[in-house]
Design a protein around this ligand. Structure first.
Ligand code: NAX
Length: 328
């Protein structure tokens, strides 16, 4: 039998955590034949709630779930971690300035990055979900100098999935007809969902849609503001869809992209497409044997260029702000 994989989830008692843990334990993260140990990291006041979730996990009698550890100590939570899902973060509250938000999250992601550096397994893969996800990933990465930088990624898969779904609705196709969609930039309102290289049942998506006005005025804002629309409708932020996207992100990172398709991941830039090296920005990527590579050679038209640049500018500003705060 295979050795269990250690999966650490931070913010485990939160709403995404609740939607995520049962799917990890039932084999959706790594595959139907991979046993898992769960390590749940929470702040002290939420440990009891995490214990309640662990009781429910026990009650599912998942054949793949071996062991559950619940702790408020990051060194314990990341000990031997092979996969880390950093979900717990400090949300923006009313009247909070960006600097306050970034420094509050620095207080979370800096020590967690160090704990990953000091305790995780050599093959650690990190996905940051907690917002501002790209910059939180950058902070964690900067505190983990012994871990290869490319192991720190940020989640834009929910945006990717949202864009696919909107495009399928618009064109009267199904989501499985759609390939090669790209989210560029920051997981924020400036993100750019790009359909110019996407295909719908083998045809160029932009040509199938044939309506740049729809792209600019409907599609892009609908995808970018979907999180707010969910809050408005549900009275709570996206949870199950966010957990699903986190599962997709890691599953793809471990098991690869399908031939002829790619996905979107927030990853450290190597300078491709004019994105400054080191920024954690979303790119089109293919994955093989557990390693991702940026899809090269795409022709970026003017419509796309200015939107990618705007999102990258925001990432640059966030990076400069956390640098000024001494967080990286
Ligand atoms: P919740 O507030 O329900 O849960 C967050 C949990 O994190 C809480 O239980 C809290 O106690 C815990 N926590 C706080 N500080 C911690 C620390 N230092 N160590 C460990 N745990 C800690 O939020 P939820 O709805 O689960 O969302 C979690 C994060 O995901 C938020 O930052 C949210 O903005 C972000 N999202 C990111 C998305 C993405 O696409 N990248 C989409 C969904 C979501 O909005």
């Amino acid at each position: 039998t295979r050795t269990p994989v250690n999966v650490t989830v931070t913010g485990a008692a939160g709403q995404i955590g609740y939607a995520l843990l049962f799917r990890i334990a039932s084999g959706h993260l790594l595959g139907p034949d991979v046993p898992v140990n769960l390590r749940l990291l929470e702040i002290t006041p939420a440990l009891k709630a995490a214990e309640g979730t662990a009781m429910e996990l026990d009650d599912c009698a998942f054949p793949l779930l071996r062991d559950i550890t619940i702790t408020d100590d990051a060194n314990v939570a990341f000990d031997g971690a092979n996969v880390a899902l950093l979900v717990g973060a400090r949300p923006r509250t009313k009247g909070m300035e960006r600097g306050d938000l970034l420094s509050a999250n620095g207080g979370i992601f800096k020590p967690q990055g160090k704990a990953i550096n000091d305790n995780a397994a050599d093959d650690i893969k990190v996905l940051v979900v907690g917002n501002p996800a790209n910059t939180n990933a950058l902070i964690a990465q900067a505190s983990a100098p012994d871990v290869p930088a490319e192991r720190f990624t940020a989640m834009t898969r929910l945006d990717h999935n949202r864009a696919i779904s909107q495009l399928a609705k618009k064109t009267g196709t199904t989501v499985s007809d759609i390939k090669r969609l790209t989210i560029w930039g920051n997981h924020s309102a400036t993100q750019y969902p790009d359909i110019f290289h996407a295909e719908i049942a083998g045809k160029n998506a932009a040509e199938v849609v044939g309506d740049e006005q729809w792209l600019a005025d409907e599609f892009i804002p609908t995808v970018a503001k979907r999180g707010a629309a969910i809050i408005e409708a549900r009275g709570a932020s996206s949870a199950a869809s966010a957990a699903n996207a986190a599962i997709d992100h890691v599953h793809t990172w471990v098991n690869g992209t399908a031939e002829g398709d790619w996905t979107s991941m927030g990853i450290p830039s190597d300078g491709s497409y004019g994105v400054p090296e080191g920024l954690i920005s979303s790119f089109p990527v293919t994955v093989k044997d557990g390693k991702y590579s940026i899809v090269q050679g795409l022709d970026i038209n003017e419509f796309s260029r200015k939107r990618i640049d705007a999102s990258v500018k925001e990432l640059t500003e966030e990076r400069d702000a956390v640098r000024e705060l001494g967080l990286i």
